[in-house]
Design a protein around this ligand. Structure first.
Ligand code: B12
Length: 273
């Protein structure tokens, strides 16, 4: 009942001999095969493993390269299959975001800069990746358990939204309740919502250098609120001097690294008990 029948190939003559001997012992083929499979999975001399090999950094890098190729070949089915297989093998979604999806889009961004790919190709890649992030979300999402609220948004005029989506996703997986506002939130509207909702954390995402004035203004507006939320700032832009700039404006921490975000929020808001 409930068992799929699958063909098994035996060497010629072996099956007949096996069945003859089993019958002589009062046993049958199903029992024999089940016992052999059980030994292979659970016995002392195990030959089959239920737990697959751990996913290494090199697997993530190989998947990033294959995922990029699939996006450039406009093969969404293959792109999805690559990522879903990695997740089934046990890859953490945070690592998939950080070490597969992000580098793929970075590379496609570089190719766009060199005019080796068109805007249409970049849009296609972004669209498929956005769908994938959404598709991976529900199975791992947990109901809010931390009693903590975060607001996540891309800053004023910032149309890059996927990084903010990943930040929201990662916080939700950590048990936070998240208000995810998406792209380009005006400073006054952000401050208004934050003063109403009083989140513990506001995470701001920015990818383009021209959008920095919006970051400075958002940090100033949030820092003036009472109670003042913890202000995290990140995105593709933050490297070198820009990190210091954001710290100088009053950001509590600045990072592009999702694991560092998780470490920081866990340190600042330790789970109860
Ligand atoms: C897709 C894309 C777009 C799409 C975005 C669509 C969308 N719905 O998001 C569209 C077409 C709108 C777009 C427009 C533009 N783009 Co564009 N775009 C990209 C591209 C190819 C991918 C961006 C992306 O989604 N990456 C994947 C995400 C997941 O990565 P991420 O944002 O870095 O997020 C990661 C981390 O940074 C972190 N993170 C992000 N936010 C936060 C926040 C916190 C608090 C924390 C802790 C972590 C964190 O988490 C993520 C996981 O690791 C990049 C290439 C690149 N190198 O990134 C260029 C890129 C960002 N774009 C660029 C440019 C120049 C533009 C335009 C100015 C082009 C133009 N001439 O119109 C416009 C600007 C629009 C605007 N006003 O914002 C440049 C930016 C250069 C710069 N530093 O200023 C890039 C780098 C391309 C390049 N190589 O030059 N773009």
């Amino acid at each position: 009942v409930g068992t799929k029948v699958r063909p098994v190939r035996f060497q010629s003559g072996v099956l007949e001999e096996l069945e003859r001997r089993l019958a002589a012992d009062g046993s049958d083929l199903s029992e024999f095969v089940n016992a052999a499979v059980d030994r292979a999975l659970h016995g002392d001399d195990r030959t089959l493993r239920l737990v697959p090999d751990p996913v290494e950094r090199s697997d993530l890098e190989a998947c990033a390269a294959a995922f990029t190729r699939a996006l450039l070949a406009r093969d969404a089915r293959q792109a999805r299959a690559l990522v879903e297989e990695l997740v089934q093998r046990g890859a953490r979604v945070i690592d998939v975001h950080q070490h597969v999806l992000r580098p793929a889009l970075e590379q496609i961004g570089d190719l766009w800069c060199l005019e080796d790919v068109t805007v249409a190709q970049e849009h296609y890649a972004t669209e498929i990746t956005t769908q994938l992030v959404a598709a991976l979300a529900p199975d791992r999402r947990v109901p809010p358990t931390r009693g903590r609220l975060a607001v996540v948004a891309s800053t004023r005029d910032e149309l890059h939204a996927l990084g903010a989506r990943m930040v929201a996703d990662v916080l939700e997986r950590e048990g936070w309740e998240v208000l995810s506002l998406g792209a380009s939130i005006p400073v006054e509207d952000l401050a208004h919502l934050v003063s109403e909702e009083r989140p513990d954390l506001v995470a701001l995402s920015t990818a383009t250098i021209g959008r920095l004035p919006g970051v400075e203004e958002a940090i100033a507006a949030l820092a003036a609120l009472e109670p003042r939320p913890v202000i995290a700032v990140g995105g593709a832009l933050y490297d070198g001097p820009v990190v210091e700039l954001a710290r100088g404006w009053g950001a509590d921490f600045v990072t592009t690294d999702l694991r560092r975000l998780v470490d920081e929020v866990t340190r600042r808001f330790p789970p109860a008990g």
